[in-house]
Design a protein around this ligand. Sequence first.
Ligand SMILES: [Zn+2]
Length: 102
Amino acid sequence: MQFLLENRDAIRNEPCGLCGQLMSAPAGVQLLLSGSSAPVCPDCGRKHAPSLAALAHLAEAAMRIGRIHRHSVFPPLTALLDLANAAEKYAQATQSLSDCGL
Ligand SMILES: [Zn+2]
């Protein structure tokens, strides 16, 4: 299975390309199945492409902070913690890949 990240500009309600669960994907960076362009739900993403799923989550958190930052100088602490948390998960996901020798 191959995956790709795509920046989509609209909300889509589609079934996950792997498990068939209906998902509402917000606009932004999304994990897709290469070839069919079907979206991949967070659960399947974590299972089959952990580093890409973590990267998509990190991009989503960063975009949310960017939007908030446009309207106020100091984003709320919870948004900053979300971003830090997403960054840590991405670092862990890529670390476990390098542990496997990939
Ligand atoms: Zn799924």
